[in-house]
Write a protein that binds this ligand. Structure first.
Ligand SMILES: [Zn+2]
Length: 106
């Protein structure tokens, strides 16, 4: 019975260490995630989409953000080009094509 009592007394210390380690691992994970989100940028140039005279560059933290920015720009600034594309492509095709041209910057 005395043998059982001894290991129990050292248990809370072990849990405290485990808690600190878990907290540090979690903190590290959150920091890495923040770095990825804040530093990595995605860019898409209008030039790469067949409009060499347009200086517009869509920049964002996610590919979806960049695609929707470019779609908005293209519909507003190059409606004739969008109409031309829509003859042979669906909106999904256009988005897919844009996604392929996205560059990842650090
Ligand atoms: Zn443009």
């Amino acid at each position: 019975m005395e043998l059982v009592a001894h290991p129990q007394s050292s248990r809370p210390k072990f849990f405290r260490v485990q808690f600190v380690v878990r907290t540090l691992v979690l903190l590290n994970f959150v920091t890495n995630l923040a770095t990825i989100i804040l530093i990595h940028m995605f860019t898409l140039m209008c030039k790469d989409l067949g409009l060499p005279n347009c200086p517009y560059i869509a920049k964002g933290h996610t590919e979806d953000e960049v695609v929707s920015m470019m779609l908005e720009h293209a519909m507003f600034t190059h409606p004739e080009r969008i109409k031309e594309m829509m003859v042979t492509m669906t909106e999904e095709d256009v988005q897919e094509m844009m996604r392929d041209k996205i560059r990842r910057e650090i």
